[in-house]
Design a protein around this ligand. Sequence first.
Ligand code: SAH
Ligand code: SF4
Length: 408
Amino acid sequence: MSSRTYTSTSADANSSALTDLNAEERSRILAKAALFSPPSATLSDGRRDLVGLSRDELTDILTEIGEKPFRTKQLWHWIYHQGVTDFSRMSTIAKPLQQKLAERFIIGRPEAATVQTSSDETRKFLFRFRDGQEAETVYIPDRREDRGAVCISSQVGCTLSCTFCHTGTQKLVRNLGAAEIVSQFMAARDSYGEWPSPKGETPRLLSTIVLMGMGEPLYNYENVAKAMKIIMDGEGIGLSRRRITLSTSGVVPLMDRCGDELGINLAVSLHAVRNDLRDEIVPLNRKYPIEEVLAACRRYPAASNARRITFEYIMLRGINDSEADARELVRLISGIPAKVNLIPFNPWPGSDYKPSTREQQNRFAEIVMSAGFASPIRTPRGRDILAACGQLKTASERARASSVPVSE
Ligand code: SAH
Ligand code: SF4
């Protein structure tokens, strides 16, 4: 872990107060997240899922059954590089040990309750986990190339209630565990037969990860971080940190940590340039207002001109899409190595916003672009199967009666 203290780099007199506040806030968020823990990794028959363990944990578990530490490397290779789920296919491991492992462990995958493929080839999976809870994962192929992005969920539901988001209408049921986060990606790969992990220059279909599915990943930081470390491990799946983007609605105290420990790309759901409007449409703004979110972006350790921060900006007709809004946006983000993703609002049943008109989107994009920021208008993908941004929602119900939302 890095020894950096999570403080503002601006030399203002309040910076140590900010550090204390952030440290306190961070512990509070992590403690609340623990209330929504995923179920145990052990099945009713006593076998344990090996997916989602760190290398050290895997070594410990193998030591407990009398196996030497070098087995970790072997198993890691079979699980995360070859993608096997059956111990009998681990040809470098002798039969008796294969059997011993199979008696005690499994290499789990969530059940794909439904798989839908859109007319534009986007594929949405509804994965069901061991306790019956469900979350959605979407594979979005790149139209011009033989690759694409896997959009992964971090929670079942979300504690935040952004007014334009379908997931936000579903209360937080629970956090997803590291195993459940990693295995969404692994199961998506199973679906495309993309094992073993392509190495080096070999093109891979599932080549990037965006943590933009259901939930707020920074409210489930520990599990998300553990999962990303597993996915980035060079002897397994081996995705580079440059190919992973975490999207947050602005959980300031954990943004620095994400940059320091994981070094992955950051996307920030800004959506408004004035606090009064952002308070309303992204309610987390009442806790971490625009200035604080942008300050955290300015000090984000993994940002540079080569690796810009993405500001996501949903285009809501007549609400946040004026030319004055575009000019203010440019003023706010000036100096940040950034690009702006303009996302036309994707409707969902019961929503009453409208997407901005095409002309308005273009006018807005033009202003942002002439200020020197790339400002692509995101083409909605998979709308016909409700797989586009903000359309994800499952029928999972909140099981516990008296849980405290993480955001309170
Ligand atoms: N909770 C995180 C990540 C998941 S949401 C976050 O909010 O950033 C992923 C992205 O989809 C966010 O930018 C979110 O604002 C956007 N989004 C939500 N609802 C949407 C909708 N109906 N149409 C288009 N984009 C939406
Ligand atoms: Fe949660 Fe993100 Fe949806 Fe807001 S936009 S409700 S933070 S998933």
